[in-house]
Design a protein around this ligand. Structure first.
Ligand SMILES: *Cc1c(COP(=O)(O)O)cnc(C)c1O
Length: 380
């Protein structure tokens, strides 16, 4: 079955007892066992829940994995992946990453004596040079955040595997519609389901999908041991979101492409970062690696000072001033003061997060209306 059909028919089935086309949400925390010491498929909802299992099965299929795990949030999913490491190990992460991941690595994980360093993952020679004898994991995003950097996942996975590393890809921006990291060699794909998977700004969740049974078992053990699970209601909403994921992401990507081209031609704008533009440094790789579109996230820089940047962010009417992304509503934000505020000023400077950057999450509104909104805001 094709992607769109699997999104609707794999994992979530009609209710056998009633014929309901949409199965009920299983809120039960505990399940009757067939006998003392005899375990059925489900026994306790932290260890397994039918509604969660449905969502996990669908997302695993869409990411070409053998199994998925659903977490309370994207950060809970990332933290569980990082818990594969032990004291003394080193994790190498991309430079262009989510602010919360940066904070997790630099303010939590490093306290447990797991060493952390960052590298530009678009530069394979730099990645090779940054790998140490104790490096166990490479963690990256493509497109990156907020620079929209594109990493060659096939090449970087090959390089990392030759040195025995696990490769984890936070693919929240790309979604399985546009990129499937496991097919390109990665070991773990992670999503903040809060974003495109949910798609309607009404749930928090995260997922990990893998293609190796032993790795799935290790991650499941950590998830169950630490209690990092997505609730049944969120799983139901996430499953519903997956049914329209392809339609939403393809249409939102088309609108983002139109907006990127409009911004590029506008003299009020000094820089547009969007992998769909031929001038983007990652365009060639993106054209090979991304299927159907280049995503609906884009970053640009306005001519003028910091005050001008803030005025533009505050003057839009349709684009709402908020962090998060991936929903039907378009959002606008200033990474330096919002999504990447957990970086120190020096770290922002070192990672190219200038005060003038503005990040858009392009929603499902009409492209002409969104462009008119940006046009009036740029005059503010
Ligand atoms: C939002 C986000 C996360 C964190 O997910 P939460 O669901 O907010 O915990 C991680 N990575 C990326 C790229 C994100 O956009």
């Amino acid at each position: 079955m094709k992607f769109r059909t699997r999104a609707i028919h794999v994992g979530v089935h009609r209710d056998a007892a009633t014929g309901a086309v949409v199965p009920p949400i299983h809120l039960a925390s505990t399940f009757v066992q067939p006998g003392a010491g005899v375990w059925g498929e489900f026994d306790y909802s932290r260890s397994g829940n039918p509604t969660r299992k449905g969502f996990e099965t669908t997302i695993a299929s869409l990411e070409s994995g053998i199994g998925g795990l659903a977490f309370a949030s994207g950060m809970a999913a990332t933290h569980t992946a990082v818990m594969l490491l032990s004291a003394g190990d080193h994790i190498l992460a991309g430079r262009d990453i989510y602010g919360g991941t940066y904070r997790l690595l630099h303010r939590v994980v490093d306290r447990y004596n797991v060493k952390v360093s960052l590298v530009d993952t678009t530069d394979l020679a730099a990645v090779a040079a940054a790998i140490r004898p104790e490096t166990k994991m490479l963690w990256l995003e493509s497109p990156g955040n907020p620079q929209m950097s594109i990493t060659d996942l096939e090449a970087v996975s090959k390089l990392a595997h030759e040195r025995g590393l696990l490769v984890g890809v936070d693919s929240t921006f790309a979604t399985p519609v546009l990129t499937r990291p496991l097919e390109l060699g990665a070991d773990i794909v992670m999503h903040s389901a809060t974003k495109y998977i949910g798609g309607h700004s009404d749930l928090l969740g995260g997922v990990l999908v893998v293609k190796d049974k032993a790795l799935l078992d290790r991650l499941y053990f950590l998830q169950n041991a630490t209690g990092n699970v997505m609730g049944p209601l969120e799983c139901f909403l996430a499953s519903r979101g997956l049914k329209t994921l392809e339609l939403r992401v393809l249409e939102q990507s088309r609108t983002a492409m139109k907006i990127a081209n409009w911004l590029l031609a506008d003299p009020r704008i000094s820089r547009v970062l969007y992998p769909g533009l031929p001038g983007h440094p990652g365009h060639e790789i993106a054209a090979r690696q991304m299927t159907g579109g280049f995503g609906a996230m884009l970053t640009f820089e306005v001519r003028g000072d910091l005050e001008k940047t803030k005025r533009v962010c505050q003057a839009t009417q349709l684009f709402q001033l908020a962090v998060s992304l991936g929903a039907v509503e378009s959002l606008i934000e200033q990474p330096a003061s919002m999504s990447h505020a957990s970086y120190s000023a020096e770290a922002r400077a070192a990672n190219g997060i200038t005060d003038g950057l503005i990040r858009l999450s392009v929603g499902l509104e009409d492209a002409d209306d969104l462009i008119a909104d940006l046009d009036q805001a740029l005059n503010a």
